[in-house]
Design a protein around this ligand. Structure first.
Ligand code: FE2
Length: 294
């Protein structure tokens, strides 16, 4: 394309002109992604006949989304979640076989500064709530225990609040990194999480209100597992009796991730020696997929 081909552009010629500027992209995959992105964005503008005011509103929305991002809040990931992009990327990236544990969304509340805790630790850090005893095991697709797997867990309190949302609290709570033992097991004590609204005070909240969607997520415990030779699993476990399972705003619910949060009265059940309160037990086996060869 000659130099003059980039001037006097019209709505009919500008897409090809922009695409022509990408031909020198050295990274072939980057070139493929950018070309497709330009084509889709241009098609979108033509299809809806985007006005200048709407374009400006879109820029303002994305700018506001970026400005909300901090070390403890990721509004762009939340935006990706509520638009179904996060789960779509997972779906096209992973083919889970058989009973391999399925992924869900990472969500906006993961923190790098979580503590490494020993097996059986109480990660509630003294926060009030219904005691929760979690017993996990990590195995491979043949059922063989995976020892030495890093297992991150994090969740909300009984009011649906994460540690970063608790006024005056800066230290991590209700989150920790564990390492599985020789039997692939990890256990911890915490407090039972509750359903909660995704953050509604930012750009994503504005989007959700504009479209009449519920902010409420079903309760869950986040689990992220990494082990050498296996695909990373980013998932969460939902209680089977949660009333919000059918309308998750981030599309993260999978039937295989709905599990029993067994509740026992004080003095009964498997952990009666450990607490004098009513408590909940969650047991789950996580099945890892090996990294594909090649
Ligand atoms: Fe969450």
């Amino acid at each position: 394309m000659s130099d003059t081909a980039l001037s006097d552009l019209t709505s009919d010629t500008i897409t090809d002109a922009v695409l022509s500027t990408l031909h020198g992209t050295k990274d072939a995959r980057l070139g493929e992604i950018l070309e497709s992105l330009v084509q889709h964005v241009h098609s979108f503008v033509r299809e809806v006949r985007l006005t200048e005011e709407e374009w400006a509103k879109g820029i303002e929305f994305l700018t506001g989304t970026g400005q909300l991002c901090t070390a403890t809040r990721q509004e762009f990931i939340l935006l990706s979640d509520v638009l179904g992009v996060t789960m779509l990327v997972d779906a096209v990236s992973h083919e889970r076989r058989g009973d391999a544990t399925e992924n869900s969304v990472l969500g906006p509340y993961f923190r790098d500064d979580r503590p490494r805790r020993p097996d059986g630790a109480d990660i509630s850090e003294g926060l009030p709530g219904t005691p929760l005893y979690f017993e996990g095991q990590v195995v491979d697709h043949r059922g063989t225990p995976v020892a030495g797997a890093g297992v991150d867990v994090w969740h909300s309190d009984g009011d649906g609040a994460y540690d970063v949302e608790l006024p005056g609290r800066t230290d991590p709570a209700m989150r920790a990194l564990f390492v599985t033992d020789e039997a692939g097991r990890f256990t911890f004590r915490s407090i039972r999480p509750a359903s909660y609204p995704i953050p509604g005070d930012g750009t994503v909240g504005e989007l959700m209100r504009s479209t009449g969607r519920s902010l409420m997520r079903p309760a869950h415990v986040h689990v992220l597992i990494e082990a050498s030779g296996f695909q990373r699993v980013t998932t969460m476990l939902f209680p089977a009796d949660d009333s919000h399972l059918g309308g998750d705003p981030v599309f993260g619910v999978r039937q295989s991730l709905i599990t029993a949060y067994d509740t026992y009265e004080a003095g009964t059940g498997p952990c009666r020696e450990l607490t004098d309160e009513r408590y909940t037990v969650v047991r789950h086996t996580f099945v890892l997929e090996p990294v594909p060869e090649g």
